[in-house]
Design a protein around this ligand. Sequence first.
Ligand code: 4AD
Ligand code: MG
Length: 471
Amino acid sequence: MLYPLIRELLSLEPLSQSVTVRGWVRTKRELKNLTFIEVNDGSCFSALQCTFDREKGLGAETAGTLDSITTGASVEIQGLLVPSPAAGQKAELAAGGIVLVGGAPAEDTGSTAAYPLQKKRHSLEFLREIGHLRARTNTFGAVMRVRNRLAFAIHQFFQDRGFVYVNTPIITTSDAEGAGAMFQVTTLDLGELAKSGRAPDYSKDFFGKPGFLTVSGQLEGETYAAALSRVYTFGPTFRAENSNTARHLAEFWMVEPEMAFANLADNMDLAEDFLKFLFARVRAECDEDLRFFDAHIEKGIIAALDQVIHAKFTRVSYTDAVAELEKHKDKFEFPPYWGCDLQSEHEKFLTGEIACGPVIVTDYPKEIKAFYMKQNDDGKTVRAMDVLVPRLGEIIGGSQREENLERLEQRITESGMKTEDYWWYLDLRRYGTVPHSGFGLGFERLIQYVTGMANIRDVIPYPRSAGQADF
Ligand code: 4AD
Ligand code: MG
């Protein structure tokens, strides 16, 4: 039988029942004859307060163990679950016995450095340097619990709507976004190649041609949507873009639904319903963690989420959005003009200052979007959509796909790629082609939006970015 977690103990009515709690010591305080130990096991935000009353005569062994307890130690504490006299907690443990499972030295012992998480607060920068321990802090515990609930809710949303979960490949030989920011996967001996001075012979490489880590599961997702009607992928994607920003990672998770017989309007509706569903689940299931983010990370985030859940997302064409931005030219480092790629500052202005909420921008110039998007009859724009949110900018990118063979071939060629390389993707347009649409949600951007965490490196257990993949 598994032992009870603190979240379970705290949901019980305290009736002086005997329980044992296991976890890590957050703090130890002494007050007259009382010793208080806060134990956290990560199952919920709250720690369980364990109170030792020295006056009641603790055994010599318990008293001795208590003296050796330090912040970070792992412990097993036995006692009675009783109503707590302290404000803000329903129950505490009237502790009787304690076992030190694993110590965490408060000072450098010569062989072991002092436990690094002893202060009440540490900077997020410092915590990034101890990524293997930061999950033991309030902030990272809360982020990871929210991440977990969101992952579950994503499956729930699609499963309830007839979408089939498809696992698209991680290693690929085609560039899904045509943007060229791919990590190469090879078994060729690079050291030997460099010494020989010869060009690599990819026919001798593992796949008989160059292989890469995928930037998106979309193209393979489309093939399954053309058979199962509605599918979604949810997996890691990789981009070797050297952009060191607070919203880019080299390895991030993406959720990509794809629907047959669906146009851009259907796609926008799905994206809006999807985000609102996820926000509502987090509001319903992560209240304690959200209250922490609201108080310590991003003030007002709960009210903002509540507002978004009930408001209609603004929908605007790229052309109209740019016209609006041009009225505020002087506010930007990069002046907006028709044809420009929207910068993060433009996205933040549209959502934060103009719409005061999420905005779906559609019908971008074809030059700044991927080859697979359906062309509009104006010859200039494509059926793209980006969902932008306040504080962050783009959280979702998607489109209706080009289902016409000739037009798609023409876009592949125009984009400097070879139609032969996409023969299987083009087959979808040769056999039983249908209008279809889909989008990609950046999972870490979603977590950033919901928690208010400013840096994307702080919403994934082990961030990978240029120059950084230490652990
Ligand atoms: O807009 P993107 O590049 O779209 C695609 O990859 C499409 N194939 C999706 C589709 O239609 N099925 O990426 C989708 C989302 C972005 O909106 C953003 O939230 C996130 O993925 N994203 C990143 N997140 C973290 N780090 C990066 N380097 C990211 N690049 C994109
Ligand atoms: Mg995009």
